[in-house]
Design a protein around this ligand. Structure first.
Ligand SMILES: NC(=O)c1ccc[n+]([C@@H]2O[C@H](COP(=O)([O-])OP(=O)(O)OC[C@H]3O[C@@H](n4cnc5c(N)ncnc54)[C@H](OP(=O)(O)O)[C@@H]3O)[C@@H](O)[C@H]2O)c1
Length: 303
């Protein structure tokens, strides 16, 4: 922080201070990368999972090559914010949304992966899920941003999109947000479970035997997602998946990173959400179901 603002926030009731233009909930790979960009053009409140972690944010955290100091907060001592971006892992969504709404924002945007059912909780605050192809991963010392990607937000989030743009982050309003979320789910539901279960980098999916699994997963997923509102024909959907495989060939997917780090995966938000869609229209999706079961065993071994 800007120490004058930090003093103000901690010497008075934080909810009485002037609202931050934007707050980010989740100081992990994506949250820190996002915050380090947004602070270039204005104040950003960064909400960590506990007070000690918030203190570490204020002391300084390595993001890429530099150590950044952030306006770190933790529930229940939260500042007001006009817009809140949620970037916690899916399992932390409920608590993060509670914190987000406590900041009395105009809108809350989740940029989490998976298909989340975000309850607006009758507050009148707009709560929605966007999509980002920004990339970052955790390191021993902090986080490493990989790419700015592009962030899509639904209508109503124009001022937040403008804040991203002012910070040099590619962002735009997407009128067909549900279709964009389903296109992201298509990619995630194919790449994440396969790489996580077999512990392979994404580029290994280009060769046998994994390429056949990719084809099977796309063939099963497309009719289900198309019925739910995906605006891609089968050939386009298949080409999109292979294009992401090629362009991220050196990467470890987030689910693989979770497995390797012994963290719980986002299985339910990704494959679980997809299976619920498939169940809804009676589609047989045996390959996805098998991966869901295997991921469940991997997660259970970690609990
Ligand atoms: N990383 C990427 O490149 C990327 C790209 C696109 C989308 N995403 C999605 O973005 C989300 C976040 O991913 P990530 O890679 O940034 O995960 P991450 O590195 O695990 O970071 C999540 C952070 O959220 C914190 N957290 C959990 N519950 C919280 C709460 N109630 N309040 C405040 N903070 C809380 C965690 O703290 P603790 O560690 O203390 O629990 C952790 O620091 C996921 O849904 C992911 O799929 C990630």
């Amino acid at each position: 922080m800007d120490s004058s603002r930090q003093r103000e926030a901690f010497s008075t009731d934080v909810l009485q201070a002037a609202p931050y233009p934007v707050a980010i909930i989740g100081a992990g790979a994506l949250g820190l990368s996002l915050a380090s960009r947004l602070i270039r053009s204005g104040p950003v409140a960064l909400v960590a999972s506990n007070a000690d972690a918030a203190q570490r944010l204020r002391a300084g955290v390595r993001v890429g090559a530099v150590v950044e100091r952030f306006d770190g907060f933790a529930a229940p001592r939260l500042p007001r914010a006009d817009w809140v971006v949620v970037v916690v892992k899916a399992g932390g969504t409920r608590d993060a949304l509670r914190s987000a709404l406590a900041m009395r924002p105009r809108g809350v945007l989740s940029l989490q992966n998976g298909l989340l059912d975000l309850e607006p909780a009758g507050t009148g605050t707009c709560v929605a899920q966007g999509v980002t192809t920004m990339g970052a991963f955790r390191t021993d010392e902090g986080v490493m941003p990989v790419s700015d990607g592009e962030t899509l937000m639904p209508q109503g989030f124009e001022p937040l999109a403008a804040l991203f743009q002012q910070a040099g982050l590619p962002a735009r309003i997407e009128v067909a947000m549900q279709a964009a979320r389903l296109a992201k789910l298509l990619v995630n539901v194919v790449l994440n479970p396969l790489t996580a279960v077999f512990r392979v980098r994404t580029g290994e999916l280009l060769a046998a035997p994994y390429m056949n699994h990719v084809e099977a997963l796309v063939a099963e997923a497309w009719p289900v997602l198309r019925a739910a509102g995906l605006m891609l024909e089968f050939d386009e959907a298949r080409a999109k998946v292979w294009s992401v495989v090629r362009s991220t060939a050196d990467n470890r997917t987030s689910m693989l990173q979770d497995v390797l780090a012994g963290r719980r995966t986002e299985r339910e938000a990704i494959t679980g959400a997809f299976l619920r869609l498939a169940d809804g229209n009676g589609a047989a999706v045996p390959t996805h179901r098998a991966l869901h079961t295997l991921l469940g065993q991997i997660d259970a071994d970690r609990c």
